[in-house]
Write a protein that binds this ligand. Sequence first.
Ligand SMILES: *Cc1c(COP(=O)(O)O)cnc(C)c1O
Length: 392
Amino acid sequence: MDDAAARRGWNESLAVAMVQLKQGGLYRERRLVDTPPGRLVVFDGRECLSFCSNDYLGLANHPDVVQAFRRGAERWGVGSGASHLISGHSVAHHALELELAEFVGRDRALLFSTGYMANLGVVTALCGRADTVLEDRLNHASLLDAALLSRARLQRYVHGDAADLECRLSRMEGGRALAVSDGLFSMDGDLAPLPQLAAVTRQHGAWLMVDDAHGIGVLGMAGRGTLEHFNLDQQRVPVLMGTLGKAFGVFGAFVAGSELLIDSLIQRARSYIYTTALPPAVAEAARTSLRLIREQSWRREHLLALVQRFRRGAAQLDLPLMISGTPVQPLRVGSSEQAIRLSQALLERNILIGAIRPPTVPAGSARLRITLSAAHSESDVDRLLAVLGEVM
Ligand SMILES: *Cc1c(COP(=O)(O)O)cnc(C)c1O
């Protein structure tokens, strides 16, 4: 805070900051949702076709997942009662960890309460002052926070640029290095060049960590995520983080890797140790969700067909598409005010799309972030295109 702000005192300086946010089109407001996640939601009292959830496979309100949750609550109660290391690690949590490890083809998996906490836990457990964390410039905020909290040296390399990462690794003098990247970038929809990142890190004796919050369940023939898409194993990418709140439609997260990695996290990841375990019923819901992800590959196939349909239609309309073959299909707008204006115009036509503004994305790159879901139909996509054609 600058001197002038300090002189103004708390109330005045906070109020000034709010006014500045409003003037810059950066003020954020919460609107009320009155329905479960799905293609149709009641938002601000208005029934809308929604294109802004991360429920990519339409599992968040799936009857089998809901039933597993209900039965889980009957079997286990609501709260887990303690952290994992005290007495909160139930048979349900353990079963989910085993199933997740098998699903992603790794020795072991460890549950965390959220993806944010998983990222904080991994980076702070692995890295300290003597180490270097190298991150893609567009990595998720939780990964940047994790590096800052670890007190390691933080370097940010050019987005998707393995050559820049290589250059930075080769200039390092001593200490261990952890390179960290999103698998599927959540605000752009593009994939990290993971085979190149894996090769470069291996060559320099560094580790690569991939946050696959948006890829897990969605990408790869079997839904194992971005690493399956690129055919990368635990040797080449030692640390994998996945979340259970997006394609899984539930809540929570996991880290998967070698015995030694997971054992180290259990001993040292503070966001694992010092927090209450997820409710076991949540673990039961996630187990059912994982079963559906494995059994119902039609969800992924349908979703990818919708992505192609959207891109074909949007190209015909000359909409400002970004380079993405994934369910995240942003339209580049530029100014925050324009993004808000478009999002509002869409809402008036009962289409719900989020306006994504700085600091979530770099200054001057505000966008409409459209996400498609297996819950959508082809005619939903056609309706979206028709309305976009009107307002943009
Ligand atoms: C959503 C997200 C997270 C955080 O996961 P939560 O379980 O919601 O805390 C972490 N990384 C990325 C890339 C994400 O998109």
